[in-house]
Design a protein around this ligand. Structure first.
Ligand code: Q9C
Ligand code: ZN
Length: 649
């Protein structure tokens, strides 16, 4: 299933006809710049192109009053002076004789996209539209927005498709107060918005943009505001907001559809936003949303006024919707204090309404390693004895050490070629005489003499070939199946090869072996991996992904041992989400008694397909939550992406 791109060139018609410094940035070139770049990058050609239709007046009536629709309809016949006078009655608005037509196309484009996704024509898509929509209200135009494209799309998804849970993610740099007002008492629409706020000193200067506006009546907790109180927020701040605030809520909400108010004025270079997030960040945000709702993501353009930054960010979004792995994020992955304050206050405001946030550090956590553990659980094992060495030093000693542990007995390994994944494996690598690979493989085999030589050479050769393909960028990801007894050897080969290939490789290794061997092990940090959905998600969102985003590995090895205890959907989600911080380079090592279905499901997510839904949320056990808090408390000084509140000192 593909990606739709919905557009109509008539939407370039509306433009400012008089002098107005506030409105002049919303211009036709925004659409043409984005589309040109999509073409140049070959992305438009990979999408299903849909020509936008006009929304009907009945559809506009899903959220707007009849009088307001009439008022906008009548602007079609007004002259310039009258248009300017009418525009002046609204905040940051201009009308043009083509406005009614364009604004109906913008709504129609969003509706077509939702219809295409919900009828299974495509998996996801982007509607490239103007005018934008998220500031528009029941009876008012506002902030360049005439009709509320995304709000109408949500209402339509409920009414025409019978959906019960829709998530709206508004990553535009302005608060989409129009969407908030339209759904503030509606628990079937969860609205998340981050926005430049500066303690209320930034447009639209609303008290109700702050974190303590959480919805009302039945909709309490279904409005989520994350106000940024400083400009300059960057990649780490945005990713932290998703991991620590949006995604826990979103998994608990379990949406059937994700609508994105995709404004790119939150990207670097934008004159309105003054933020620092690079275009690649939008690939990551998109990828993080694609694990929800079975991958049904509909992005609809809102703002974005720096043409270069806008065009590149749009490409990043579409490329990710198409299933390509997100490029690595630049810059230090350290959220700033102001961002952490905002995230913390939003979490605090939402915690009464969401189980998934109650697990977070609402009580003080130990800030330095202690020698005794909290009640009920042994302390997480760090190398060199109980909790006497920080994970960071464990990590650096790990990276300095090419040989990680004594060579285990070696057994045949099998490289599995899954149907949906491109693994370019030669029929028999060991037959290629004189190849460097062959010498290396033989050297390995000589060092471990008790081998069934032929089989092992072939198997390890395939593994090395796959790894080299990944490290050279010819193959993005892979799956290797091994007999259980060979798993350690395979891992050893994989890690040594990864570390010796070129300079300064950073490998993140997740060893998930089940209860009998301390479930999750990372940089030699061990923690139990809960199997209950809530505990599993807290572990992934609150520990594994922050560590991975902070570490920025060149390669992730996920080893699933015989008793890994994960259900297919859990393993798929973990694997899928690890593609983000690793530039897609994830190698899954499965021990052979894993079901073939598991290999199939992992192959699909590594190829860019959405993981299956985890289903209803079940809360983590107090013990799991406690163990996780304890570990985070120990690690967060070194791994800043783990923080979800400002440091006290
Ligand atoms: N310098 C959208 O991005 N002007 N609308 C604010 C502050 C209004 C933005 C002035 C900005 C409207 C869809
Ligand atoms: Zn905006």
């Amino acid at each position: 299933m593909g990606t739709a791109l919905v557009y109509h060139e008539d939407m370039t018609a509306t433009r400012l006809l008089w002098d107005d410094p506030e409105c002049e940035i919303e211009r036709p070139e925004r659409l043409t710049a984005a589309l040109d770049r999509l073409r140049k990058c070959g992305l438009e050609q990979r999408c299903l192109r849909l020509s936008a239709r006009e929304a009907s007046e009945e559809e506009l009536g899903l959220v707007h009053s009849p009088d307001y629709v009439s008022l906008v309809r009548e602007t079609q016949v007004l002259g310039k002076e009258e248009l300017q006078a009418l525009s002046g009655q609204f905040d940051a608005i201009y009308f043009h004789p083509s406005t009614f037509h364009c604004a109906r196309l913008a709504v129609g484009a969003a509706l077509q996209l939702v219809d295409a996704v919900l009828t299974g024509v495509v998996q996801n898509g982007l509607a490239l539209v103007r005018p934008p929509g998220h500031h528009s209200q029941r009876a008012a135009a506002n902030g360049f927005c005439v009709f509320n494209n995304v709000a109408i799309a949500a209402a339509h998804a409920k009414q025409k498709h019978g959906l019960h849970r829709i998530l709206i993610v508004d990553w535009d740099v302005h608060h989409g107060q129009g969407i908030q007002y339209l759904f503030e008492d509606d628990p079937s629409v969860l609205y998340f918005s981050w926005h430049r706020y500066e303690h209320g000193r930034f447009w639209p200067f609303l008290r109700e943009s702050d974190a303590d506006a959480v919805g009302r009546g039945q909709g309490l907790g279904f409005t989520v505001n994350l106000p940024w109180n400083q400009v300059g927020m960057g990649n780490a701040d945005y990713v932290a907001a998703f991991l620590h605030l949006l995604l826990p809520l979103a998994f608990e909400f379990d949406p059937e559809l994700v609508l994105v108010s995709a404004g790119f004025d939150s990207a670097i270079g934008d004159p309105e936003g003054q933020m620092q997030a690079t275009p690649e960040c939008f690939a990551h945000l998109t990828q993080l949303l694609q694990v929800l709702a079975g991958g049904r993501v509909c992005a609809v353009l809102e703002g974005g006024y720096h043409l270069e930054s806008l065009a590149e960010s749009v490409c990043m979004t579409v490329r990710t919707l198409l299933g390509d792995p997100a490029p690595p994020l630049s810059g230090p992955m350290v959220p700033c204090q102001s961002a952490l304050e905002s995230i913390q206050s939003a979490c605090a405001a939402q915690a009464p309404h969401w189980k998934s946030l109650q697990l977070q550090d609402v009580t003080p956590v130990p800030t330095s390693p202690s020698t005794h553990s909290p009640e009920g659980r042994p302390p997480p094992l760090l190398p060199g004895g109980p909790v006497c060495k920080t994970a960071a030093s464990a990590l650096s000693s790990l990276l300095d050490q090419p040989c990680l542990y004594p060579a285990p007995p070696l057994c045949p390994a099998v490289a599995l070629t899954a149907p949906d994944i491109t693994l370019v494996l030669p029929p028999d690598v060991t037959q290629q005489e004189g190849s460097a690979l062959n010498e290396e493989t033989e050297a390995w085999a000589r060092a471990h003499e008790s081998l069934a030589q032929d089989e092992t050479l072939t198997a390890l050769g395939k593994l090395l070939y796959l790894l080299d393909g990944m490290l050279d960028g010819q193959v993005s990801s892979g799956i290797v199946a091994t007999p259980p007894s060979a798993a350690a050897a395979t891992l050893d080969v994989a890690i040594q090869r990864g570390l010796s290939h070129g300079a300064q490789r950073r490998i993140l290794w997740l060893n998930i072996r089940g209860k009998e061997a301390a479930a999750l092990s990372m940089f030699q940090v061990s923690t139990p991996l809960p199997v209950v959905t809530g505990g599993f998600l807290s572990c992934i969102l609150g520990l594994v992904l922050p560590l991975a985003y902070g570490f920025q590995p060149d390669l992730v090895l996920v080893a699933l041992g015989p008793a890994h205890g994960l259900q297919g959907p859990h393993a798929a989600l973990l694997t899928s989400m690890l593609r983000g911080p690793a530039g897609g380079r994830v190698l899954a090592l499965l021990e052979e008694d894993s079901t073939p279905q598991l290999a199939g499901i992992l192959a699909r997510v590594l190829h860019g397909e959405a993981p299956p839904s985890l289903g209803p949320y079940s809360v983590a056990s107090p013990e799991d939550a406690q163990a996780l808090r304890y570990l985070r408390g120990q690690l967060e000084r070194q791994w800043k992406m783990l923080q979800c509140r400002p440091q006290t000192r």
